[in-house]
Write a protein that binds this ligand. Structure first.
Ligand code: ZN
Length: 111
């Protein structure tokens, strides 16, 4: 369900971003980290269904790129990348803040 509504939002953004151009879109790069809990296969599945209704998008491919999550320890200030979010500092076991990887965005559109 999450993936389906996300696929609709992506299509909406793409149409808006390309409203002044005639060329069809070939590739769409989406950046997402594990924080978004997206199942890539599922998102691509829905995207491929929705895109068929749009001339400009029907031959496009959605490519999901994994973004790393960067966190900073609230206590010792250490910053490091994590694959899956673990909320305690690897050095001092204090809480961490997410400083990168929180966003979900379209990185590139290739026409
Ligand atoms: Zn720490």
């Amino acid at each position: 369900m999450h993936e389906m509504s996300l696929a609709y939002s992506i299509v909406e953004i793409l149409l808006e971003e390309t409203q002044n151009q005639e060329e069809s879109i070939k590739e769409v790069y989406l950046k997402a980290s594990s924080l978004h809990q997206i199942v890539p296969e599922s998102l691509i599945f829905y995207y491929d269904i929705i895109k068929k209704d749009y001339e400009k998008l029907k031959d496009s491919v959605l490519i999901i790129e994994k973004e790393e999550i960067k966190v900073r320890c609230r206590n010792c200030g250490k910053t490091y990348y994590v694959e899956n979010l673990f909320f305690l500092c690897e050095d001092c076991q204090s809480g961490v803040d997410i400083i990168e990887g929180n966003e979900l965005y379209i990185d590139k559109i290739i026409v």
